[in-house]
Ligand binder design. Structure first.
Ligand code: SF4
Length: 360
């Protein structure tokens, strides 16, 4: 399996290419959310990577496990279907995630149809954000129609899922001081009405317009996650892989809670090693939180490997290791756990304990 091959290489201290790339394909956005991590860049520098640039970059690092297309709002790019196709054909990714605020229903439907006409052989997860019941979601998203549009988008994606079997629907809610007490309500509603394939809760991270939104009671996060776990556990009744995945997700949530409470590292962070960010100016960064840069792909003639194995990149990796860097960024904690032998064993143990509990 791919995970074990990568872990083996790492144990042998060999430098590896990333397994997950988070690609900001635009800074344009049609909303101004109060909790946006990318607020300082949104709608500022509007230059975007061209298709030929994306193609060269992906070709130079193929194959990798997961491509995440984000922004800004990726569905504002008319060539999003071509970008998705490049990830599959040239990047040879095994799964693709596209993050959207779900606001522009018609464009999302139009482009999604084209995406799924082009890419049919790998799962594509379209992740839609919703942050609470109508009054809260609209307040956070700063738009009176935002909630209504997101629900239309979810309904539209549900219809598309019946046609395109590689379409997966994901929902993300970001927990904040404004919604922590009402999140359960929206989670129940979305799970029962739209039966998404995944549901994640994110903690706020980085520089956001209203930092006070970060002040939450972490118990609310865990309580809301428990609703999600019990829903997916019931749904996964007979599927072994889904049950293991569920055990992994519950451990992940516990780890986010522990890092949040104790500000401590639980494992080394693989940012800049197994996961990285490419921003819309084609800077490669270890993550979205640290303000450090490993280099610009234009200066490396779009050769990702050359940049990745450069002295500067090695220096950034050394800095992260030395500082024992820690944060609650879920994407990174996921990778840190999945590619860590100790945690793979813990996930399997958790799965076995859950099975025993269910049987007794
Ligand atoms: S712990 Fe967080 S901030 Fe530090 S390198 Fe990893 S992802 Fe970035």
């Amino acid at each position: 399996m791919r995970i074990f091959a990568v872990v083996r290489k790492m144990l042998m201290k060999r430098c590896v290419l990333p397994e997950q790339i988070i690609f900001f394909v635009t800074n344009r956005c049609n909303l101004r959310c109060n909790h946006c991590l990318n607020y300082s860049n949104a709608n500022k520098d509007l230059s975007e990577p061209r298709l030929d640039e994306i193609k060269k970059i992906l070709e130079s690092l193929a194959p990798f496990s997961l491509g995440v297309i984000t922004g800004g709002e990726p569905f504002l790019r008319d060539d999003l279907p071509e970008i998705a196709e490049l990830f599959r054909l040239n990047g040879k990714v095994l799964r693709l995630d596209i993050i959207t605020n779900g606001f522009d229903f018609e464009k999302i439907m139009f482009l999604s149809n084209r995406i799924f006409d082009k890419v049919r052989d790998i799962p594509i997860l379209i992740q839609v954000s919703i942050d609470g019941p109508e009054h809260i979601h609209n307040r956070i998203r700063n738009h009176k129609d935002s909630y209504r549009n997101v629900l239309k988008t979810l309904k539209g994606l549900q219809r598309l899922r019946d046609i395109y079997h590689n379409l997966r629907i994901g929902v993300i809610s970001t927990i904040t001081a404004w919604n922590e007490n009402e999140l359960d309500q929206i989670i129940h509603f979305i799970l029962n009405r739209y039966s998404p394939d995944t549901y994640g809760i994110n903690l706020l991270r980085g520089q956001v317009p209203l930092p006070e939104l970060k002040n939450i009671n972490i118990n609310n996060y865990i309580r809301s996650y428990n609703i999600i776990f019990s829903y997916f556990n019931n749904r996964a009744e007979k599927k072994l892989f889904s049950k293991i995945f569920s055990s992994y997700k519950s451990l992940l949530a516990r780890n986010v809670e522990r890092v949040y409470r104790n500000h401590t590292t639980l494992f080394p962070c693989y940012a800049g090693k197994l996961i990285c960010v490419i921003d819309s100016l084609l800077n490669v960064r270890p993550c979205e939180v640290l303000e450090v840069n490993m280099g610009n792909l234009r200066e490396f003639n779009y050769n990702f490997k050359k940049l990745w194995f450069s002295a500067k990149s090695e220096e950034v990796r050394g800095m992260i290791k030395k500082n024992n860097c820690t944060c609650t960024h879920e994407c990174f904690l996921q990778i840190n756990m999945l590619f860590n032998l100790k945690w793979i064993i813990k996930i399997l143990l958790r799965f076995i304990i859950n099975m025993i509990k269910q049987k007794s």
